[in-house]
Design a protein around this ligand. Structure first.
Ligand SMILES: O=C(O)CCC(=O)C(=O)O
Ligand SMILES: [Fe+2]
Length: 204
């Protein structure tokens, strides 16, 4: 494990895995992703607007609307998703050791009031692959529980450049983001937080 890496509830956390230049370079990559596939405000199947804005890169992107949660090969505009930036694939390969690349890099943008309720990531077809998460910009209070919703939860702060791997027993752990600490980072000129999650969606 790299210096400073720790585990919490089966989650592997690498604080400050990306230095500032690497974070800036990733933000530039993500601006290009967002030009090709603009952020949308997702709507849950129940008709509620999410506070997070989303886009994606890769073969498949995760979307939600009145028709349900799903992965699909196109942005809601009908255009194909842009490719996953090579720098993101490099993090995935280094930390997972897998030769299989992710199908989806979901990009979440949190403004100062955004949050994400407790959920499991379970729209993928194969839970033997981990989910890798990268934090950029403002700090986020991340909450993690167990695979069973009744288990207690714990929270800790994720900062810009931190990388988390949810695999093994933590792959189906309940998790969410309670809140953002506004203006805690200078990475994004307009403030806010970007979170990337890389997922293998299909078994083959
Ligand atoms: O923003 C985060 O740190 C977590 C995002 C998340 O859980 C998700 O996109 O499924
Ligand atoms: Fe999640």
């Amino acid at each position: 494990m790299a210096t400073g890496a720790f585990q919490i509830r089966g989650l592997h956390v690498w604080p400050g895995y990306l230095d500032r230049p690497a974070q800036e370079s990733l933000v530039a990559d993500l601006r290009k992703v967002a030009e090709a596939a603009p952020f949308v405000t997702p709507v849950t199947p129940g008709g509620r607007q999410m506070s997070v804005r989303m886009t994606a890169a890769g073969r498949l992107g995760w979307v939600t609307d009145r028709r349900g949660y799903r992965y699909q090969p196109q942005h809601p505009s009908g255009a194909a998703w842009p490719p996953i930036p090579p720098a993101v694939l490099a993090i995935w390969r280094n930390l997972t050791g897998l030769s299989r690349d992710p199908d989806c890099c979901l990009v979440n943008f949190y403004d100062s009031g955004a949050r994400m309720g407790l959920h499991q990531d379970r729209d993928e077809g194969d839970f033997s692959f981990p989910v890798l998460s990268v934090s950029l910009g403002d700090d986020a209070l991340f909450r993690i529980g167990g695979a069973d919703r009744s288990e207690g939860t714990q929270s800790f702060w994720l900062r810009s450049g931190d990388v988390v791997l949810m695999g093994g027993s933590a792959r189906l752990a309940w998790h969410g983001v309670d809140r953002i600490r506004p203006a805690s980072s200078t990475l994004l000129p307009q403030g806010g937080r970007i979170n990337l999650t890389c997922r293998v969606v299909t078994a083959v």
